[in-house]
Each structure stands twice: as C-alpha cells, then as structure tokens.
Design a protein around this ligand. Sequence first.
Ligand SMILES: [Mn+2]
Length: 332
Amino acid sequence: MPVATSVFDALRELLAGAERVVVSGHEQADGDAVGATAALRRHLELEGCTVTALLQEPLSPRYGFMEFVRHYEVYDPDRHDALIRAADVFVMCDLSSLGRLGRLQTAVEASEAATVCVDHHPCEDGGPASLNVLDPDARATGQVIWNYIDHVGGRVDREIAESVFVSLCTDTGWFRYPNTDAGVMKLAAQLADYRLDLPEIYRAIYQSNSAPMVRLLGHVARSMNEERDGRLVWAFIRRAFMQELGVARYDADPILDVLRSSGQVELVGLFTEREDGSVSVSLRSRGTPDVNLIARQYGGGGHVYAAGTVLANEDAVKDMVSTLRHAVGGDA
Ligand SMILES: [Mn+2]
C-alpha cells in the first residue's frame, strides 16, 4: 500500500519546522540504507535545512563512486550524541525496529527529537518512530524517499537520482530478484536520465571484490551444505578462516548469490561467526518460505525474500538449521 498523502504531508510539516535534522540508516548499512539516507540528506540540504547524515561504519568502498562519500559522518558518540540530543528531528531509514539502530539506539532514545521512520519492511506494530512513513510495496526505502520528494515537488539533481538508483538496484539485486517489476524498471530509467553511468555503477557495486573475497567465495561454494534435494543450501564461515584469508568485513551479497545460483534452491542460509562468538545470519528465499517469518522467530526480520538476524553463539546455529530444513519440508 503506498504511503497515504496525509502521512507525507505530516512528514513535510515536521521537516519544514525543523532546523536541525539527523538522518541515518540501520547498522551495517546496505545499499538501500545508504541510498535512502543519501537521497534524503541531499533533499533536505536543497531545502535549506541543516542536516547531518550518520553511518555507523565507514561506507563500503563499493559505494565509493557516490557523491554521498563527501557528505556523511561516521558515528562517534563523543561528537554526535550531543548533536542527536539537540536535533529537532531524527530520521531512520530502512529499518523496522529501534534495535536495528545499533550503537545509535541509546542516543536516539535519550533525545527529545521527533523520530521518523521511513521504511519498506513489513511492520506489524505500526513502526518504531513517532511518525512512520511505511510502504511495504516499495521495492526499496530509497523509492519511498523518491515518492516523498515527488509528493512535495522537491528539486531533483544527479546526487538524488544516483542515491535512489543505488537503493533500487541493490534491493532488487541489479533488477534480478523477484521484486523486480515494470514499475522498478520505469523508475530506474527515469533515474538513469540524470547522466548516471550504469556500467560503472554495476562494476563498482558488483565487480569490485578483493582477491581474498573471491577466494572466500570459492571456499563457500566448496563447503556449502546442500540438503533436501538441493532445496536448502547453507554455509557456515568461521572467523578464523576469514582472518586466514585476509577478509576483514564483507558484504554477504556476493556469497549469497553463489549459494542461490543452483536451480533447485528455495532457501539459502549464510552463517558468519563474528569476533565475539555470535553468529550473523543472512537468509534468502524465492518467495516461499517467507524468510522474514523465520528470522523473526530468532529476533531478526526483513522481507519475504531476504532477512537476517544475529544468533548468540554457534550452538544456536544447529537449531536454526533444523528450522530451515523444516521450512523447505520433505524428509530428513
Ligand atoms: Mn531495503
């Protein structure tokens, strides 16, 4: 369901009355969180607002081509907690629960700032902010921002177009995932008209893996577990192995693309051991099972096709894998 006109109007009113706005996305920001944050930051700047865009980690080099690299700050409690406290409005993009704000959560909860959530995840409780601008039919949060800018008749420049395009192309897996449709392609064409260099954007986001990362892809392809006639594929990556290869942090998407490239697969699970022994989980599906429902059982969330969570330790992985087996059905 598209965002109601009255909700966009409420957002416009809130932002028009704000002097200082802080915009951010979820922790470990993906292309959509980055693109949405970047597009809204630029829109507010064009509107003459004092706006700060915060990310919790330095932007992945994949997005180094974006104009946004010159306009964001990496969250530092010493510098930014006071800023968040003094802000009139705090906007969180691409997240459906405050927990996804990670290190920013405490500062946001301590602030008097009005909170706004702009998102496209299915959200049962109406949303985590005081004003929730939600469109579960949107293919990306960046698309919700685009619709908002269109609604208020805001000026669009190349930076906004580039940012929204990054949201759209990453959340649709470069227009290949099941959420790709004619509407997405039409919007992409409209954005591309702002002199976007599409082959260069593709190369930067999808073909800039480091050599250790390519080796990791090979390892995962070799060690993956294939179960239930290939309908379930999952892999576990140990921290020590990543260190051995020289992979520090990575974007799971290229690995997930390898895991889901076989014809039979319906459900993909990627488990990555983190420094503190917890395990981050990324799930992907072709539509059934609904991985959002599975992730929610383990304290996470996402969409029907893509979801994730964090498990306390390796022991919890076994339990989750049996849930995944159950989800694709068939005999043990
Ligand atoms: Mn998204």
